[in-house]
Design a protein around this ligand. Sequence first.
Ligand SMILES: [Ca+2]
Ligand SMILES: [Zn+2]
Length: 395
Amino acid sequence: MKRAGIGILLMILLLLSHPACADTAKDMAKNCRFASNAGGKTARLTDNNYSGAFRTGAKVGASLQVTLPAGASCQGISIHWGEMSADYEVQVAIGDTWETVHRGVVLYVNEYIALGGTNRFRIRTVGDTKEILSIMQLKVYGQGTLPDDVQQWEPPPEKADIMLVAAHPDDEFIFMGGTIPYYAVERGYDVVVVYMTGANRLRLHEMLAGLWAVGYRHYPVMLGFRDRFCRGLEEGLYYWNEQAVVDSLANLYRQYRPSCVVTHDLNGEYNHGNHCATAHGAVAALKRAGDVSFMSDYPPYVPLKLYLHLYEQNPIYMDWSQPLTAFGGRSAIDIAALGFSKHVSQSRSYTSFQGRRFYFEVVLGGPLDNGAFGLYHSEVGPDRLKNDFMENIYE
Ligand SMILES: [Ca+2]
Ligand SMILES: [Zn+2]
């Protein structure tokens, strides 16, 4: 008994001294002092709200200066950008001068920048034109292990094993179920996630939080079509412009050379015109991408397979309920539901479908079963196992 007690004590001491058990870095933004040289509501930087951004007036070198509490030091910051088109730089204070640690365009809507331990820094626009600095939320991390939800995005893979084409943020989970956690994380395939719409800032930040939560690390591709509810294919293609839809998807096929494409139901899931246009565009783009007379920056390429959600010919079934090693035994559907839970503004939203109220949620089964797909196009023969988007693909 005594021995065990000492053993446990030793173990606790060992755990305490082990760097992996170091404290989680805290967000100190609320305790910082903010100073802008061009106005803007600095309270919006820390209100955990994505409907209004801190936004300066237009100024050459518009800047936000951040001073930490005395004695505190910041290892890095997360910037959740508002609408920002200007180049920017982040500088840390060294005595009376400023040293630039990062400079560039806004690549990702949510960026982490390491500052290496500083008490005072500033974020400013660069160039000799009047620009606006716009930030939705700022996180200022002290020392310790960065929390898991600090997003550090990587560019999309150069070549995709799977390209998932969703109309809107949240469709990737509601209708494509466990595709992202299962293929990108559990099986380690290169997955490119494409959204037809660009979405507003709030939806954009929710989308990134959702992708990050399921372990996806590549920044998604957004085509910027307008999110607008309309009924059916005809309206859907009219609002988005059919040729623009097909050309932009054909371009992406050529650029990322996906072995397999996974997208919406031809009937728009519940006849939503944006979903119809996405599915039909993805199908029509097969031909366009392979057409030598279609000019783009990349050579012709045709994806080997294309799956449509709910397509009744050549059906396959993805049972997302299997336990996954990468997620400690949790299933792809559980993880997809976790991703969807980050879409806070969409929770409890619903549509009417087949005379019934259909709540948007991530569950297997039901009339819009996110495990049910069909093989629309294949250059590698028919599926036999009918449970794997990557069946017959060996490259
Ligand atoms: Ca805010
Ligand atoms: Zn949608």
